[in-house]
Structures are given as structure tokens and as C-alpha cells.
Design a protein around this ligand. Structure first.
Ligand code: SF4
Ligand code: SF4
Ligand code: SF4
Length: 341
């Protein structure tokens, strides 16, 4: 077992990659904080869209998608609204076959849908997640209240609409192209057999070349021979794979999913213990961000984890996944694990 205990923060597809890493390898990821995610934009093309508004990424402090618009909060304190219908043309292609809104394989899922302004919705899914949230409430890192019936119904309805819209896309895509593997139901034995006969070329033809890759970086991380690199468009492999290696195919969140991790599309929010609305008492920057920061602060302060893994922007063209350690709320980057976008 690794001496590192890492909390990972990620979107549903990234959390699925983390869950598969836990399933197939001796992963140091101990706590998974999943974010709600409806869809995602191509970072590169988002930069191009900004040019139409005479803006660059450097002008933006933060952005939020709300009520049919992408709100850009600029560093000069101005706000720019881009209609979502316009921004949709730069959506990442893999997102339209994604049927998960709320990171169903996480310990705790976090998002704004359903909660009042300034509050975030938490879906507690595991005993570990429940212990963390109870501890954070007891030690006054966060305060909590019940989500009302209508708020819960709104969250469920949005999750259901993502599932039904994208199941339709999957059906259309499968009519013309290859099966969307992560939605195929197979027994674990059949999956293991399939994986034992696969290597990077199968990952390339079943996931990467058909636009299903989510650029999570799990294949690159798991490759024992460091043959995979990921640029801002896709994973590439250089070299020759040993005959007995199938690691990249096993951990990819868009290949077959083992039975205990597979989403049940009839349960829009997945399995969970409790849903709460919470507010940070310690941090105030951003809505979901402040809850993520506060939970990481709680985990690091109480030495429940040794490091946290988040996605951070490094420059205009790429995001890097860093391990970080907290020094009284200042994050120190220890080392880069891999490119994710
Ligand atoms: S595939 Fe796209 S929509 Fe789905 S979780 Fe990942 S980023 Fe979000
Ligand atoms: S060595 Fe293994 S993990 Fe690396 S690319 Fe080849 S099959 Fe994939
Ligand atoms: S091919 Fe690699 S980067 Fe793409 S989704 Fe699969 S594991 Fe992630």
C-alpha cells in the first residue's frame, strides 16, 4: 500500500477513471470528491470563441454557466454574457455521450444545482464520505441544511434530462460507428477476458479515434512503460507494447465498466446515503469551489489525506494535474502527474 493518501477532485468521467484505477491497481487515491458536470467546452476552442469578444483567457477571473448563458467574470470586474446556444458549438464531442451528471462513483458529489445562491448541494455516497461531512460540520468547516423537496426534484430532473438526451446520442452514434463501450453491460469475467486481449491499439480504435476520449490521463498514468503522452487533443503512444500489458484499456473510463462501478441509468443520481445543502464557514471564494477547498482543508488539517489532486490551469493551452499539499491554505505544487487537457 502506498504511504500517500490522496483526495482527488474531478468531473464524473475523471472520477470514474479514479475508480477504475482503484479497482485495477494499487491506487493511492483514498477520497474522491466528484463535481456535477453537465457538459464541458474544448479549452482550445473556447479561446477562439473569446477572440470574437476581444477577450483572452488571461482576461477572465472565473466563469459560470447559468440560466442559458456563460457568464464571464473579468479581472477588470466587468461581466460578459455569452449565450449558451452560441457556446455549444465548442462543446467537447465526448460529452454528448456522457450520461452522468453527479459523479456517481465518488465519496461525495458537489455542485450548485438545487441549492440556494451561496450554498452547494452535497450528495454523500459512502460511509467514508459521511464521516468526512459529519466531521467538517462538527469542526465548523461547513454548515448544512436539508435540500427541500422541490430543490431535490430539480436536481433529479436535470440529471434525468442529461441521461435521456445523451442516451439518444449514444443510440445515433452506435448506428454509424463503434459501440460506446462504457455503456455496454458485460459480466466482470467477460470484461476481464476482453481486457486481457486488448492493448493501446484497441483503446485507439474504440475510444480515441471515435471521439469518446475524455482526456482524463488515466491511460498515461497507468502505462508501466511510459509509452503514452497526452497533448491538448488526444493520447498518443510511441513504442512497442509488451504482450502481457493491457493497463491502459483497463483503467480508461470509456472502456467496459466493472459491475460494481457501472451506472444504473434508471437511477438519475446513482446510489447515495444522503443529500444536503451546505455552505462553507472557512472559505468564501466561489460556490462549489469554496466547498471543495473547505473539504480539502478539513481533510488536510485532520491528516485524513496527505495530498490532494486537482486540475489546475497552467497556461493558455493546457491544464495540468498536480499533487498539492496545504500549508495553512497555501497550496504548494509538488509535482506534475500528467496533462489532462
Ligand atoms: S465527459 Fe464531459 S460531460 Fe461527462 S463528466 Fe466528462 S467533462 Fe463532464
Ligand atoms: S504498454 Fe500497456 S499501458 Fe502502455 S500503451 Fe501499451 S498496452 Fe497500454
Ligand atoms: S483514452 Fe486515456 S485519456 Fe482518453 S479517456 Fe481513456 S484513459 Fe482517459
Amino acid at each position: 500500500m502506498s504511504e500517500h493518501k490522496i483526495a482527488m477532485v474531478g468531473t464524473p468521467c475523471e472520477i470514474m477513471a479514479a475508480s477504475k484505477l482503484q479497482h485495477y491497481t494499487d491506487s493511492p487515491i483514498d477520497v474522491k470528491l466528484g463535481l456535477f458536470c453537465m457538459e464541458n467546452f474544448s479549452y482550445k476552442y473556447f479561446g477562439n470563441l473569446l477572440k470574437e469578444y476581444d477577450l483572452t483567457m488571461n482576461d477572465i477571473e472565473k466563469f459560470r454557466i447559468e440560466k442559458g448563458f456563460v457568464f464571464l467574470f473579468l479581472k477588470n470586474k466587468e461581466t460578459v454574457k455569452i449565450p449558451l446556444s452560441e457556446a455549444r458549438r465548442i462543446l467537447r464531442k465526448n460529452c454528448n455521450i456522457c450520461v452522468e451528471l453527479t459523479s456517481e462513483t465518488s465519496d461525495i458529489s458537489i455542485g450548485s444545482i438545487g441549492s440556494d445562491d451561496g450554498w452547494s448541494t452535497l450528495i454523500i455516497r459512502t460511509e467514508k464520505g459521511e464521516e468526512i461531512v459529519n466531521g467538517a460540520i462538527e469542526q465548523k468547516f461547513i454548515e448544512s441544511k436539508e435540500l427541500t423537496g422541490p430543490q431535490f426534484e430539480l436536481l433529479k430532473r436535470i440529471a434525468e434530462s442529461k441521461i435521456s438526451k445523451n442516451l439518444e446520442m449514444i443510440e445515433k452514434r452506435e448506428f454509424f460507428a463503434r459501440p460506446v463501450l462504457y455503456q455496454r453491460e458485460k459480466s466482470d469475467d467477460a470484461i476481464n477476458k476482453e481486457i486481457s486481449e486488448s492493448n493501446f491499439q484497441d483503446l485507439k480504435s474504440n475510444v480515441i479515434d471515435v471521439g469518446a476520449c475524455v482526456l482524463c490521463g488515466a491511460c498515461e498514468y497507468a502505462c508501466p512503460d511510459n509509452l503514452i503522452t497526452i497533448d491538448d487533443t488526444k493520447p498518443r503512444m510511441k513504442g512497442e507494447c509488451p504482450q502481457d500489458c493491457h493497463a491502459c484499456c483497463a483503467v480508461c473510463p470509456r472502456t467496459f465498466i466493472p459491475e460494481d462501478l457501472r451506472n444504473d441509468n434508471s437511477k438519475a443520481l446513482g446510489e447515495y446515503i444522503k443529500v444536503l445543502s451546505v455552505k462553507s464557514i472557512r472559505h468564501t471564494q466561489g460556490q462549489d469551489g469554496s466547498i471543495v477547498t473547505t473539504l480539502l482543508d478539513y481533510l488536510l488539517t485532520n491528516k485524513i489525506i496527505t495530498e490532494a489532486l486537482i486540475v489546475d490551469k497552467e497556461d493558455l493551452l493546457q491544464y495540468l494535474l498536480h499533487t498539492i499539499i496545504s500549508l495553512h491554505h497555501h497550496y504548494l505544487v509538488l509535482h506534475t502527474l500528467h496533462l489532462t487537457r
